[in-house]
Write a protein that binds this ligand. Structure first.
Ligand SMILES: Cc1ncc(COP(=O)(O)O)c(C=O)c1O
Length: 444
C-alpha cells in the first residue's frame, strides 16, 4: 500500500484521556449545543456577564491609560513599553502590583506583588494550583459540593481524586471534612486542599458565615491542608454587607486566593490570578514562594498571560483609582437588581403557597438561584422545556460530584435584563405547571 492509499487514522476515544468521557465535560458541550439549537429561547443558563456592559467599553483607551501610566509613573521609555506589551513576558505577570493594590484597597488583603501569578482566567489558576499540589495518587482535593464545573474539570484533567464535602445552610459539613482528612491519612494519602467559594458560590449562591470562615481556617491548620478560595462573585455583595474573605482572615498563609476579571472586567480578556504567598522549602536551606512554582508550571502551559490583555485590565483599574470594587460598582448594582427582580418574579409567578412542591433559595448576591421541582431536572426535561416553552436553565446535577441534585435547576440572572427575566419566569412558571412536570413524571 502506498502512503496515498492508506486509510485515514481512526482514534478510539476510549484510548484517549478518561476526562473526555467524564460527565462534567459533556455537560458543558450539552449546554452550548442546546443554546445554539434554541437561539430564541430565554436563557437562564449562562453565568456570563450582561452584554450591555460592553457597548461603551473603549479597549484602546484602556490600553492607552496603562501605557501612559508606565511612561509617566514608572518612567518607561516607548521601546520598553513596546517590549513589555508585544514580546513574550514574565510568566508571573505584568500587572501584579496593580492587583496587589486592588486587593489591599478592596479586600484588606495585604500581599506582595511577587506572591501573585496573573493567569489566563481563573481556570488556569485552578489548574496550576492543583498541578502543584497533586504530587502523587494519594493526594486528594476536597471540594465543597455542589461546585463550579471548572474545578471538577481541572481535577479530572489532572487525575486528582476529589472528595465531596456537602454544603450546609451556613457553611459546610465540617465533621465530614475532618473525617475525610483522617481517612486519607489512614490510607497513606493526604487531603492537600479544600476548594471553596465562600461568597455567593456557583451554583448555589451560598455564603459561608463568619463563624464558618474562622472554623474552616482552624480546621485547615489542625488537619494541615490549604484552602483554595475562589472569589468570583464577592463583588456583588450589597455595600457594607460583605464578610471578610478567608484570605483577609488568614494569618498563616493557609489560603490560596483565586480571582477572575471575567465578571468585573470582561471574560474575553481572559485574565485571572492566584495569590500564592505560601513559603516553599527548597531543600537547600532556602525558601521560595508557591507563586514561584506556579509561574514555573505556567511557563510550560500558556508561557505567559497576554500582556496586552493584562494592560487592558490595568487601564480599567487605573481609571477607577486602582480598585476592582470601584470598577465594578455599577455592574454589581445591576446584578443585585437583576437578582432581586428574578426572586420577585419567582414569587409573583410561582409563590404565594400556590405551588408548594416548587421552592427556591434566596441568595443575597451572586448570579444564581437554585429551584427545587418535583420532576427530574435532567437534559431531556431541559430539551423539552426549550422546545415547548422557550426557556433554558441548567440542571443542578451538572454541578454535583456524584449523583445528586436531580430535582433542582440553576437559574442565572446575569445575562438578561429585567424584561427578559420577567418573560423568562413567566415561561418557566408555565413549564413548571405543565402537569407532566408538576406530577414529577419524567418527560420521555
Ligand atoms: C466560581 C467561578 N470561578 C471562576 C470563574 C471564571 O473563571 P475564568 O476567569 O477562567 O473565566 C467562574 C466563571 O463562571 C466561576 O463561576
Amino acid at each position: 500500500m502506498t502512503a496515498n492509499e492508506a486509510l485515514p487514522v481512526l482514534l478510539d476515544r476510549a484510548a484517549l484521556h478518561g476526562a473526555l468521557a467524564d460527565p462534567v465535560f459533556d455537560s458543558i458541550s450539552f449546554l452550548n449545543e442546546i443554546m445554539d439549537r434554541y437561539p430564541r429561547a430565554i436563557s437562564f443558563a449562562p453565568g456570563a456577564p450582561y452584554a450591555g456592559f460592553f457597548d461603551e467599553l473603549d479597549v484602546a483607551a484602556c490600553l492607552r491609560r496603562y501605557t501612559d501610566y508606565l511612561a509617566e509613573t514608572k518612567g518607561r521609555t516607548p521601546a520598553q513599553i513596546n517590549k513589555l506589551l508585544y514580546q513574550y513576558g514574565p510568566a508571573r505577570g505584568v500587572i501584579n502590583e496593580l492587583i496587589a493594590e486592588a486587593l489591599r484597597q478592596d479586600e484588606q488583603i495585604s500581599v506582595a506583588p511577587e506572591s501573585i501569578v496573573v493567569t489566563v482566567g481563573c481556570q488556569e489558576a485552578l489548574l496550576l494550583v492543583l498541578r502543584a499540589l497533586c504530587a502523587g495518587s494519594g493526594d486528594a482535593l476536597a471540594v465543597v459540593n455542589p461546585c463550579f464545573a471548572g474545578i471538577a474539570g481541572a481535577a479530572r484533567l489532572l487525575d486528582m481524586p476529589m472528595i465531596a464535602i456537602d454544603e450546609t445552610a451556613d457553611g459546610i459539613d465540617f465533621a465530614a471534612l475532618e473525617q475525610a482528612c483522617r481517612d486519607a491519612r489512614a490510607n497513606g494519602g493526604n487531603v492537600r486542599a479544600l476548594y471553596v467559594a465562600p461568597d455567593f458560590s456557583n451554583p448555589s449562591g451560598a455564603i459561608l458565615s463568619l463563624e464558618a470562615r474562622h472554623r474552616l481556617l482552624a480546621l485547615a491548620a489542625q488537619e494541615d491542608f490549604l484552602l483554595l478560595e475562589d472569589n468570583a462573585y464577592g463583588f456583588t455583595a450589597a455595600p457594607g454587607s460583605a464578610l471578610p474573605t478567608l484570605k483577609a482572615l488568614d494569618r498563616a498563609q493557609r489560603v490560596v486566593y483565586l480571582g477572575t476579571c471575567a465578571k468585573t472586567c470582561m471574560p474575553g480578556v481572559r485574565v485571572g490570578f492566584a495569590v500564592a504567598d505560601q513559603r516553599i522549602a527548597l531543600g537547600n536551606g532556602k525558601t521560595g514562594l508557591l507563586a514561584d512554582e506556579l509561574a514555573t508550571l505556567k511557563s510550560m502551559v500558556t508561557v505567559n498571560t497576554s500582556p496586552i490583555c493584562q494592560a487592558i485590565v490595568g487601564g480599567m483599574l487605573l481609571e477607577h483609582g486602582g480598585s476592582i470594587a470601584a470598577l465594578s460598582h455599577g455592574k454589581a448594582a445591576l446584578y443585585r437588581n437583576n437578582l432581586a427582580y428574578l426572586l420577585d418574579a419567582l414569587e409573583r409567578h410561582l409563590g404565594g403557597g400556590n405551588h408548594p412542591a416548587i421552592t427556591w433559595n434566596r441568595p443575597a448576591g451572586g448570579f444564581f438561584v437554585r429551584v427545587r421541582i418535583p420532576a427530574v431536572a435532567d437534559t431531556s426535561l431541559l430539551a423539552y422545556c426549550a422546545a415547548e416553552y422557550g426557556v433554558l436553565w441548567t440542571p443542578m446535577s451538572f454541578f454535583h460530584l456524584g449523583r445528586a441534585g436531580d430535582h433542582e435547576l440553576r437559574l442565572s440572572c446575569s445575562y438578561l435584563d429585567p424584561q427578559q427575566i420577567e418573560e423568562g419566569v413567566k415561561r418557566l412558571a408555565r413549564f413548571l405547571c405543565d402537569p407532566r412536570v408538576l406530577d414529577g413524571k419524567a418527560v420521555q
